[in-house]
Write a protein that binds this ligand. Structure first.
Ligand code: PBG
Length: 314
């Protein structure tokens, strides 16, 4: 059954199409900005007007959704830019939904791009992130995204109890229809390096191991996923993707819930670098990597390759 392409097509178990892909995008304050991220060839940071144009191409490519990350003009200790109704993400969401009403816009809910210290929450006693104070600010952020018109919110902070709090407050504030993609199993990974360049979110001191997961654990990921479902998550995220395919599989099998996997910046940049050196066939390697993530059990894949892969898959 492997002899010809048509025969292989008859028995192929895994399907990969643009509709399964989510394109992350970085939006910056200002106008007319379009700057390449040096560590992520092919990925640019856009100001709102340019992002709206880019989003038109993403929608036309049949990609499932756009996931938005904001880089504010100013950062402070409490990450106030994250829950400012006139913040860069809130304004971008309004512009995107007006220009492309059918394109699904998912917003990243986290404080790390907005805090001066670069951690995902408010710092207490100079060292630790204060979980409960942070959860309140995350809920505030999610509500301001929903008010702006976000279709889905995706908290990526890894604080305890944030899904329940965000769900409760979204419902209270009149947004019961906005689903939550919970980053349930987000690992303290070295593969986020290029993203932190792009989002200017490298912690000024310390690291994220106090709140993100230990790469050595998988049973814990299943527990985190179950907690998030209990608190009202609609979809679960595992991140990164390729080094954690076993976790994708376990979370999918244990919960049966919709699962997304985040093919992160480091995974993207490694492929780009190897391709640029002529060491791998980029197109074949990317399609194989994305197919493998689907085969492991992911329904959707967040990947910086979404736009390029969509063109290849057509
Ligand atoms: C944090 C966040 C991170 C990524 C997405 N959201 C990075 C981090 O925890 O430092 C990483 C994504 C990537 O590497 O592509 N809000």
């Amino acid at each position: 059954m492997r002899r010809t392409d048509t025969l292989r097509g008859l028995v192929r178990e895994t399907e990969l199409s643009p509709a399964h892909l989510i394109q992350p995008a970085f939006v910056v304050a200002g106008e007319g900005v379009r700057e390449e991220v040096p560590s992520m060839p092919g990925i640019e940071r856009f100001s709102i007007n340019n992002l709206v144009e880019e989003a038109g191409e993403i929608a036309a490519a049949g990609i499932g959704a756009l996931m938005l990350f904001g880089i504010p003009a100013m950062k402070d200790e409490f990450g106030t830019g994250a829950y400012d109704d006139e913040g860069v993400v809130q304004m971008a969401v309004r512009a995107l939904k007006e220009a492309h009403p059918d394109l699904i816009v998912i917003t990243d809910v986290c404080l790390c791009e907005y805090t001066s210290h670069g951690h995902c929450g408010v710092i207490r006693d100079g060292t630790e992130v204060d979980n409960d104070v942070t959860v309140e600010l995350l809920a505030k952020t999610a509500i301001s995204h929903a008010e702006a018109g976000a279709d889905v919110v995706a908290p990526s902070d890894m604080m305890d109890g944030r899904i329940g709090s965000i769900r409760f407050q979204l419902d209270e504030e009149g947004h019961p229809g906005v689903p939550i993609i919970a980053y349930s199993a987000k690992y303290a990974s070295a593969f986020y390096g290029p993203f932190r360049d792009a989002a200017e979110s490298t912690p000024k001191s310390g690291d994220r191991r106090g709140y993100q997961m230990d790469p050595a654990n998988a049973a814990e990921a299943v527990r985190e996923a179950e907690l998030d479902l209990d608190e009202g998550a609609d979809m679960l995220m595992v991140k990164p993707a390729l080094p954690y395919l076993d976790v994708v599989r376990r979370v999918k099998e244990a919960t049966g819930a919709p699962v997304a996997a985040y093919h992160v910046s480091g995974e993207y940049s490694m492929l780009k670098a190897a391709a640029a050196s002529g060491w791998i066939d980029e197109r074949a390697a990317v399609v194989e990597a994305l197919t493998s993530i689907r085969r492991a059990g992911a329904d959707a894949i967040v990947t910086y390759y979404a736009k390029e892969a969509a063109a290849w898959l057509r």
